[in-house]
Design a protein around this ligand. Structure first.
Ligand code: SF4
Length: 210
């Protein structure tokens, strides 16, 4: 059951927050950021990217040639650096062989899951793949857009209901992130101040219980 048309949701969020200018960075740096941001905040990723920039390590060849310990040291601020250094090397290897990989090829790389693959495809390769993250699911469930048991089902839902358009998908994902961080917070959503409270199942429930 669709309570609110996701296209209306997009328009309301865009009207409220405006353009978010995502993704920060350009070229292969976007793919590096998509891996480094796994399980950490973007501020930590920025520190790691700054280190990589300092040593000219924002390209696949340089990453592949870098010594493991040196690479780990540079990406340490983003956490899980042992794993992430391997993931960066795995992706670099693929990229050198094929800098325009398909979703299937990306998902075959160890360390690249659906969210990372779709971020790379959307923001770096301009392919209309809807990025589903925990923010998107949290907000969509609270509003009552639907109820699905997996990220891939949510992806199907958005791609079926929203025009396949890189610019819209790009903006929509960024809007989910900013809304989750400012109003629709995990533990304490600020429903009273939320511009979506009239459209939101969770927001209405909270209002009724006051
Ligand atoms: S009303 Fe509350 S639960 Fe609904 S979108 Fe706004 S902050 Fe989130």
């Amino acid at each position: 059951m669709i309570i609110m048309d996701p296209n209306i949701l997009f328009k309301k969020m865009y009207h409220f927050y405006g353009d978010q200018d995502w993704w920060p960075g350009e070229g292969f740096e976007i793919a590096i950021g998509a891996i480094l941001t796994q399980n950490t905040s973007w501020s930590n990723v920025e520190k790691a990217l700054e280190n990589l920039r300092k040593y000219d390590l924002l390209n696949p060849k340089a990453i592949l040639q870098s010594k493991d310990d040196f690479l780990k040291e540079q990406i340490k601020p983003s956490g899980f650096f042992n794993k992430k250094s391997k993931y960066l090397k795995n992706l670099s290897k693929l990229w050198i062989a094929n800098s325009n990989p398909t979703r299937k090829e990306l998902l075959a790389v160890k360390g690249i899951g659906e969210e990372t693959a779709d971020s790379i495809l959307l923001y770096l390769l301009n392919s209309p793949e809807f990025v589903i993250d925990t923010y998107t699911i949290r907000i969509s469930e609270r509003i009552g857009l639907g109820s699905f048991h997996s990220k891939s089902k949510w992806k199907e839902f958005f791609e079926k209901n929203i025009e396949k358009n890189v610019s819209i998908y790009n903006k929509f994902h960024a809007l989910f992130v900013i809304h989750a961080k400012t109003l629709c917070k995990k533990n304490n959503p600020l429903c009273i101040s939320c511009f979506l409270k009239e459209d939101c199942l969770f927001g209405k429930m909270r209002e009724d219980s006051i």
